[in-house]
Each structure stands twice: as C-alpha cells, then as structure tokens.
Ligand binder design. Structure first.
Ligand SMILES: O=P(O)(O)OC[C@H]1O[C@H](OP(=O)(O)OP(=O)(O)O)[C@H](O)[C@@H]1O
Ligand SMILES: O=c1cc[nH]c(=O)[nH]1
Ligand SMILES: [Mg+2]
Length: 207
C-alpha cells in the first residue's frame, strides 16, 4: 500500500494543536480545517487533468481541470470536520456520507448511516476520517465502497496506529493512505497513543 506522510512543518504545528488537551473545541475544529487543506493538497498531487480552454484578458489559453474529481466521503462524526475544507479545495466534488460509531467495549464498528451513489466504478473516492485506530471503521467503509464498484480509494487521515495501517495494508483492498502521523500504539481501550483523544468528542462534545 502506498503511504504518503504529510509532515510539512505547518501540518505538524496543526497536529500539535490537535494533540494538546488544552485546545478547546473551536480551536480543534480550526486546526483540523487547516490540516485537511494540506492533506487534500498532497492527496491530489499528480492527479490527472484534462485540458480546459479559456481566454485570459490577453490571449486564448489552454488550462486544466481535474480529471474525475474524487467523491468525498466523510466518516461521521469525526470526518465531518474535514469535509468542508476538502470540498472547498475540490468544489466540483460530489459528497457521500458514512456514519459509524465504535462500540466502546469491543471497539467494533457499528454503522448507522450510508448515503452513497449506487455505482462507484467510475469514481475515485477520498475517505475522510482523522483517526485510524484498529482500522475497523475504515475497513468497514472501504468494503462498502468496493461493494459498489470503487477501485481507487484514498484514506485521508490525521493520526494512525500501526495496527490500523497494517489492517489496511493486509486487506488487499485498492486503497492508499495519506496521513500526517503514524503514532506509537493503541492503549487497552484502543485509543491511539500519544494520539489526540476522541476526535468526534473534541469537535462536537461527548455523544
Ligand atoms: O480504527 P477504529 O478502531 O475503527 O477507530 C477509528 C474510528 O473511531 C472514531 O470514531 P468514533 O467511533 O469515536 O465515532 P465519532 O466520530 O462519532 O466520535 C474515528 O473517527 C474513527 O471513525
Ligand atoms: O484514539 C482514537 C481512537 C479512535 N477514535 C478516536 O477518535 N481516537
Ligand atoms: Mg468518537
């Protein structure tokens, strides 16, 4: 699996804000917004383009547009904090939604929403979820997408645990990973260490 680590100093300052337990919900959302811009920018590096004929104020000119803009799929709740900025970067993108909450006792993904196009065979997909812990939620989402024909998927994450990265790698699914940091480990409750806590709660409050 291809892994792109976005460790630009500006990405790392935002990650530090996210990790800081004294960052309030509004500042957390702001830092995630900034970081998402950088992740999407890197995720689209080298993306195919088509010619677009325009006229500058001086002469006709051949510019570009994205070839097949990715479908953006935030995984609720935490991925909601990434979708507005991702959409701002790729305004022509369509957006689908997946909702999953981990069972707190088992860390198994419990899905509660899937709102996606029926046929994804022509759509590259960007899955937006800041956290890749055991990988259960991401694998559930990837399988949902592949069942609908997706063949080109990018997982766009902020922090991963080695176990989650290995789970994606071992899945054999058509996915690459764009991420800011791969942390040390999971704790006994399957939280990422050092991590940043619960990315959903830190944006929206406890559920
Ligand atoms: O890799 P995993 O072990 O599956 O853990 C990662 C998942 O956990 C978090 O969501 P959570 O279940 O806390 O829901 P929330 O976003 O509503 O808080 C996170 O946003 C991921 O979706
Ligand atoms: O550390 C973790 C693990 C799963 N989900 C989170 O939000 N944080
Ligand atoms: Mg949560």
């Amino acid at each position: 699996m291809q892994i792109t680590t976005v460790d630009h100093p500006l990405a790392l300052t935002r990650l530090t804000t996210l990790r800081d337990k004294n960052t309030d919900n509004a500042a957390f959302r702001g830092a995630l917004d900034d970081l998402t811009q950088m992740l999407i920018y890197e995720a689209l590096r080298g993306w195919p383009t088509d010619d677009r004929q325009i006229e500058t104020p001086l002469v006709p000119h051949t510019g570009v547009r994205l070839h097949r803009p990715p479908l953006l799929v935030p995984v609720l709740r935490a991925g909601l904090g990434m979708v507005d900025q991702a959409h701002a970067m790729v305004p022509e993108a369509q957006v689908g939604f997946v909702g999953i909450a981990r069972d707190e006792a088992t860390a198994e993904p419990v899905p509660y929403l899937a709102s996606l196009p029926e046929d994804l065979s022509e759509h590259p997909v960007f899955v937006l979820d800041p956290m890749l812990a055991t990988g259960g939620s991401m694998l559930y989402t990837l399988n949902l997408l592949v069942e609908r024909g997706a063949q080109d998927i990018t997982a766009v994450c902020v922090v991963g645990a080695p176990a989650g990265v290995a789970a994606l790698n071992d899945s054999g699914l058509p996915v690459r990973l764009v991420i800011t940091a791969i942390d040390d480990r999971l704790d006994e409750a399957n939280y990422i260490v050092p991590g940043l806590g619960d990315a959903g709660d830190r944006q929206f409050g406890p559920r």
